[in-house]
Design a protein around this ligand. Structure first.
Ligand code: AMP
Length: 249
């Protein structure tokens, strides 16, 4: 089973995001960039399926500027076999990304595509669902358990109020939730080996996909600063404040 895993390069989760002074967007200068955490989980899951003898090849794909290649190398160091970089200088948005992925799926013919449930920069949570619709493939979103069986997969989904178990035929789309696994760290020898693994660069234009953004950012602003709290001495004082100041009852 060939597995295609998508990788988005995003601002590292530990970085405090700065907004540009004119509110036109995020300030990326000098900011640490990393593999989107949900995509790291996707790579880990593909590797585990390979270790179990269920997956035969893991191809990682990223769409964006040249520096995506650094992120793809990080995925190769974790254990992916091959990488594809679809180069574009346009801002990538879910529909455009899903259209590019559809073309790559038709070319690569994977039986399973694993995406993160969301990219932590735009928090869209749309790409996997859009790809599933474009390909007319079944989708298991927010997956916290994946079992590959003969010609089908069984997924456990994290849904409101509990867990949902679904079976679906292959080929299929899966998007990862936080509890699916705990990603490994890349070892130094694997980081060195990753430099030799194949990384193909394709221009988005050559795929004939329109990546023109459909959404326009009007304004970005920091969330309001939290006000300092107050310490209360007694439960009665707390109840009094909740009633008179917070007016919660
Ligand atoms: P989103 O719908 O933007 O929240 O993204 C969901 C998932 O789609 C991400 O976790 C990635 O796996 C994939 N994805 C989104 N944008 C890209 C991109 N530019 N390149 C590769 N994969 C992407």
């Amino acid at each position: 089973m060939k597995v295609l895993v998508t990788i988005k390069r995003v601002i590292d989760y530990s970085v405090k995001v700065r907004v540009k002074r004119d509110g036109s967007g995020i300030d990326f200068s000098g900011v640490k960039m990393s593999l989107n955490p949900f995509d790291e989980i996707a790579v880990e899951e593909a590797i585990r399926q390979k270790e179990k003898g269920k997956a035969s090849e893991i191809v990682v794909v990223s769409i964006g500027e040249k520096d995506c290649q650094e992120t793809l190398r990080a995925a190769l160091a974790l254990g992916a076999d091959r990488a594809i970089h679809v180069k574009t200088s346009l801002e990538t948005q879910p529909l455009g990304v899903a259209k590019v992925l559809k073309v790559l799926v038709e070319r690569e013919k994977p039986e399973l595509v694993i995406l993160g449930k969301q990219a932590i920069d735009d928090d869209c949570n749309q790409t996997g669902q859009m790809l599933s619709a474009l390909l007319n493939w079944p989708q298991g979103t927010f997956v916290s358990k994946l079992e590959v069986m003969k010609d089908k997969i069984r997924v456990v989904r994290e849904v409101d109020g509990g867990l949902e178990t679904l079976d679906m035929p292959l080929p299929a789309i899966v998007t990862t939730d936080l509890r699916l696994n705990e990603p490994r760290y890349a070892t130094l020898p694997n980081i060195m080996k990753a430099k030799q693994k194949p990384l193909e660069e394709i221009s988005a234009i050559s795929l004939n996909v329109d990546l023109t953004p459909h959404l326009k950012t009007l304004h970005v602003k920091e969330p309001p600063k939290r006000k300092a709290g107050v310490k209360v001495k007694t439960v009665d004082e707390l109840l009094d404040k909740l009633q008179k100041e917070a007016k919660v009852f």
